[in-house]
Design a binder for this molecule. Structure first.
Ligand SMILES: *Cc1c(COP(=O)(O)O)cnc(C)c1O
Length: 438
């Protein structure tokens, strides 16, 4: 009897074949994917029916249809960033310039000289061009690249600590959480380093560092406060002083810079000065670590630059093999580095790197683009003064004036992200990309 009721219940289950036939037609996905998805969705419904829950076929079909829509929309695809936040981690951080993206396309769809020396036809060094160009760009003895800045920190720590010499000195004012669970103390632990905290949250003196140095000290680590700021009664030693101290004790001085602005971004927009790798290296930091896809405006990558012997040691660490980037990332970053060097020769070429171009946008251009945008949306709207930000855990204090199209209802543009303030949608044309804004 019970079995009979259960079977009657199960009769509400739709036919996989029929449902996938219908849903595959409505979606852009291969039918096999739709069928597989439906099958996986059906099993919890089957269990609920078996448990005696009353569900109609319509309910089940509409539940699966909605789930498929959500699944399909989770496919990675372009969206419109109208938030005015340049490096939005949830929106994929920095967009790549067209020239660099085209180079990736060419390398990806062909064979390439990844580890071949084209002049001799013999085995060559992977990333050799990029490493040389990067070193020239940031004025460092040497440079190398890994998958992201977090990996560059783990790798650097692993390479520079040793048995019985694994203490890493960090100021208490720099024990930051970057986001996504990335906390400096945890990173140190994963790397096998022993954290030696010095100073207080607001103030760390040179003597705090000095007193913490022992013969087990592997390095002094500075972490740039990239996503928060410290104000009031604060203080820390000058980098030059810290460098002298580290040098006297033959201890490397390493800085995790995070965002790594390669240009004086404060000259492009009215924002705070973000320390550049070349600047920090000039002050005596021996190794700087920074991201490829924050203010640099390239692909996701972590860059390590500085003293040649240290970079060499890092590349010899076995873990390097686990975090080295692939040919597409190497190509993208290589081309962005070339773009920077081109801009150095000719500042009018700033359009090559979207992040720089967007930062540099003039109020007149923004107003013109806002007016164009107004023409393209049907909702009643007005142009208002607003503020933009770099975002993505960079320059938390820096908000710069911008312009936005304000509407009460979100305009019907595909996958548009707006900034909602006072229940009104604000669309900043600064971060809308071509060709959408043309
Ligand atoms: C963002 C950031 C990181 C992490 O960089 P990813 O490239 O996202 O791994 C590390 N350190 C600092 C200081 C940062 O700001």
């Amino acid at each position: 009897m019970l079995g009979h009721v259960r079977d009657m219940n199960l009769a509400a289950l739709p036919s996989v074949e029929k449902l996938s036939q219908r849903l595959a037609q409505q979606s852009q996905l291969p039918k096999s994917l739709v069928t597989g998805f439906i099958k996986r969705q059906l099993s919890p419904f089957r269990e609920r029916l078996m448990a005696g829950e009353e569900l109609t076929r319509e309910e089940i079909e509409s539940g699966i249809t909605d789930a498929l829509e959500t699944f399909e929309s989770s496919r990675l695809q372009p969206v419109l960033n109208g938030t005015g936040i340049l490096i939005h981690t949830n929106l994929g951080r920095a967009p790549l310039g067209h020239r660099a993206a085209q180079a990736v396309y060419d390398v990806a769809t062909n064979y390439c000289n990844l580890e071949i020396d084209l002049t001799t036809g013999k085995r060559g060094k992977r990333g050799a061009f990029l490493e040389e160009a990067l070193a020239i760009l940031v004025d460092a003895e040497a440079a190398t690249v890994v998958n992201n800045c977090a990996a560059s920190l783990v790798l650097t720590l692993r390479a520079l600590i040793a048995e019985g010499k694994n203490e890493v000195i960090v100021s208490r004012g720099e024990l930051v959480e970057i986001g996504g669970g990335f906390r400096i103390p945890d990173i140190l632990e994963t790397s096998g380093a022993k954290l030696v905290e010095v100073g207080a949250t607001n103030k760390t003196h040179l003597r705090d560092y000095e007193q913490a140095i022992t013969d087990r000290t592997a390095l002094i680590l500075k972490v740039h406060r990239s996503n928060f700021f410290l104000g009031g009664f604060t203080g820390e030693p000058e980098l030059e002083e810290l460098f002298d101290l580290a040098k006297t004790h033959h201890i490397p001085l390493v800085e995790d810079l995070g965002s790594g602005a390669l240009m004086n971004t404060d000259q492009l927009a009215p924002i705070e000065h973000e320390p550049r790798p070349q600047e920090q290296l000039g002050k005596g930091i021996e190794l700087v670590l920074f991201s490829g896809d924050k203010l640099l405006g390239g692909p996701q990558a972590g860059i390590i630059a500085g003293r040649a012997d240290l970079v060499e040691k890092i590349k010899r660490e076995p873990f390097y093999r686990a975090v080295r980037p692939d040919k597409m990332i190497l190509t993208a970053l290589q081309e962005v580095v070339i773009d920077y060097l081109t801009i150095k020769d000719d500042p009018t070429r700033i359009d090559l790197v979207p992040v720089l171009q967007m930062l540099n946008e003039s109020p007149e251009d923004l107003r013109r683009k806002a007016a164009d945008l107004q023409q393209r949306i049907s909702e009643p709207s007005e142009i208002v003064e607003t503020t933009g930000a770099t975002g993505g855990g960079t320059m938390p204090k820096s908000q710069f004036p911008s312009v936005a199209v304000r509407t009460a209802k979100k305009p019907d543009l595909p996958h548009l992200f707006t900034r909602v303030e006072d229940d009104q949608h604000h669309i900043d044309p600064r971060t809308l990309r071509q060709p959408e804004r043309e």
